[in-house]
Each structure stands twice: as C-alpha cells, then as structure tokens.
Design a protein around this ligand. Sequence first.
Ligand code: FES
Length: 141
Amino acid sequence: MSTQEASITPARRQVIAAAGAVACGAALAGCGGGESAAAAVPPGIKGKVVARTADVPVGGGKVIAKWKIVITQPSPGVFRAFSASCPHRGCAVGRVGDGVIRCPCHGSEFAADSGKCLKGPAEAPLVRYALRVEGDGIVMV
Ligand code: FES
C-alpha cells in the first residue's frame, strides 16, 4: 500500500466509491438531451383528429400505432403529442402511466409532459408535435 493510499481513511474511501457509483450510474443512464421543441408533424396527419380527449387518461396516454404518435395528458386538460418512435433504436413506445412514457425494447423512459429522456439507453428526448384541442377532438397542427 502506498503512502497516499494509507492516508485515505475508510470513510473517505466510501465517499469516493459512492461518488464513482453515482458518476457511473449517470453515464449508464444515457439521456443526454433535454426536451425537444415542437417539430413539424409527419405528412398526412396535419389537421386530422387523432384521438378523443376522453381516450387519454390524466397522468397517462394513448399510443396511436396508425399514426406512430403518443398523446399524453400530464395534467387535467393539458395534452401533448410525441412521436412514438423511441430515439434509441426506433421501437414504438408502449405504456404510459404515472407521467412516464416507457419503451418496451430496452427500458428507456420519457417524461409525459415534455418528452424529456428520464432513463436510457436512449440519449435524446421524444420528438414533440404541436396539437390543438377542438371540442373533444385532439387535432395535429
Ligand atoms: S428502442 Fe427504445 S429503449 Fe431501445
């Protein structure tokens, strides 16, 4: 054992080890990006009613496979639309619940209010689309 190693007390070693574990955890989590700005909707769905507000639960969401989008309602009356294509390897995101959009392929998670990546391996947020609520319809704009 070197002089320098001997001078590190067990308590200090634990602190250093814990800091290393946190740093490794952050690196493994991926998720380098923040939330995305609203992007242009894919051709063919602009102006279309893609869902009814009643179909999108508060705190949850609805994946619409036909349009490859996911609509969420993070708080009552607030709706968001995102691409359902996971930025990791392109799987369609699956479940939405407790304010989180989850990808079934490798476990990435995204915030249902912003699309921000919460857990990797994805390193970027979901692409966000603009929408408008007309009556009980959710319209892509
Ligand atoms: S494709 Fe979604 S986590 Fe890998």
